[in-house]
Design a protein around this ligand. Structure first.
Ligand SMILES: [Zn+2]
Length: 295
């Protein structure tokens, strides 16, 4: 019921500068985790406030406990990588099919974790490169893939422009104070005609609407910036991308079904299947192209 009692207090000026569109007009959604979720009135991005500092985030991610948590989540398991790669190819075939056949084709995965997706891509003809901030994840990825996986940020690793044909980034931007900065770096290091593929939780999904501040993705300080199709499109535009497609998909793991009575499971399963047709799918994806000629 928390989502239905969300306070809509109308737009008001606040001290938060929207990291996507620089607006200061936000409306309060609901209290959570000792703070508030607010929605930007201009680009619709949802922000956890108070915003943690970068130093606080660095401390959080450098802790061993974060990596152990990551290891135990479905995202870190190899079984998902194959499915994820196939899903990625479906989107590429539709919006950038040339990327699947050209030679050579170079892919960078930003936030690659233990490198499971890269391992699948390497078997399909991609030259692969990966970066992640977790030393433990990178060490494990290097054992399988070698030095193509490095620890660091895209700003540190990919310093020269026009290198990659495809850059993927799964469930990274919702962790960032300034997602547009990452997208600008991605734009710079993509080749003209190259594509970025982003996946992030959909704050306007059916699950998020039904569960409000009990939605499983509301986990500050890990998730602090939440997107819907409109705000993700806006973020990519701010970074320079022009040709942008967004879609939503049903989750690979429907965690929220665990909590409901058995007789409702069938109805809920159907709702989650239909939800992506109305942009209500749990995960939000975007593919955006860097123009093939500089103009
Ligand atoms: Zn905004």
């Amino acid at each position: 019921m928390d989502s239905q009692s969300a306070r809509i207090s109308g737009s008001k000026e606040s001290s938060i500068l929207c990291p996507i569109c620089q607006s200061r007009r936000q409306r309060e959604l609901y209290p959570t985790h000792g703070g508030q979720l607010v929605r930007c009135c201009d680009c619709q991005v949802v922000l956890f406030t108070p915003r943690p500092s970068q130093a606080e985030l660095d401390r959080y991610y450098n802790a061993q406990s974060y990596y152990e948590h990551y290891q135990s989540s479905p995202m870190g398991q190899a079984v998902f990588a194959q499915h994820r790669y196939q899903q990625l190819c479906r989107v590429l075939r539709r919006y950038a099919p040339y990327l699947l056949t050209q030679q050579p084709r170079v892919m960078l995965d930003v936030g690659c974790g233990t490198g499971q997706l890269l391992a699948v891509a390497a078997t399909q003809g991609w030259q692969i490169q990966g970066i992640d901030l977790s030393a433990a994840a990178v060490k494990q990825a290097q054992e399988q893939l070698g030095p193509v996986v490095q620890r660091g940020t895209i700003a540190e690793i990919a310093s020269s422009p026009n290198i990659y044909d495809l850059i993927t980034s799964y469930h990274v931007i919702e962790h960032l104070l300034d997602p547009v900065l990452l997208l600008r770096h991605i734009y710079k290091v993509l080749r003209p005609g190259g594509a970025v593929f982003i996946e992030t939780p959909n704050i306007d999904s059916l699950g998020a609407r039904l569960r409000g501040n009990r939605w499983s993705h509301i986990i500050p300080p890990e998730h602090i910036t939440y997107f819907n199709p409109t705000s993700l499109q806006r973020a990519l535009q701010q970074a320079g991308f022009q040709t942008i497609q967004t879609l939503t998909i049903r989750p690979q793991v429907i965690e929220s079904l665990a909590h409901i009575p058995l007789f409702l499971k069938g109805i809920a399963s159907l709702a989650y299947t239909v939800a992506p047709w109305m942009n209500l799918g749990a995960s939000l994806q975007a593919i955006a192209l860097k123009p093939s000629c500089h103009g």
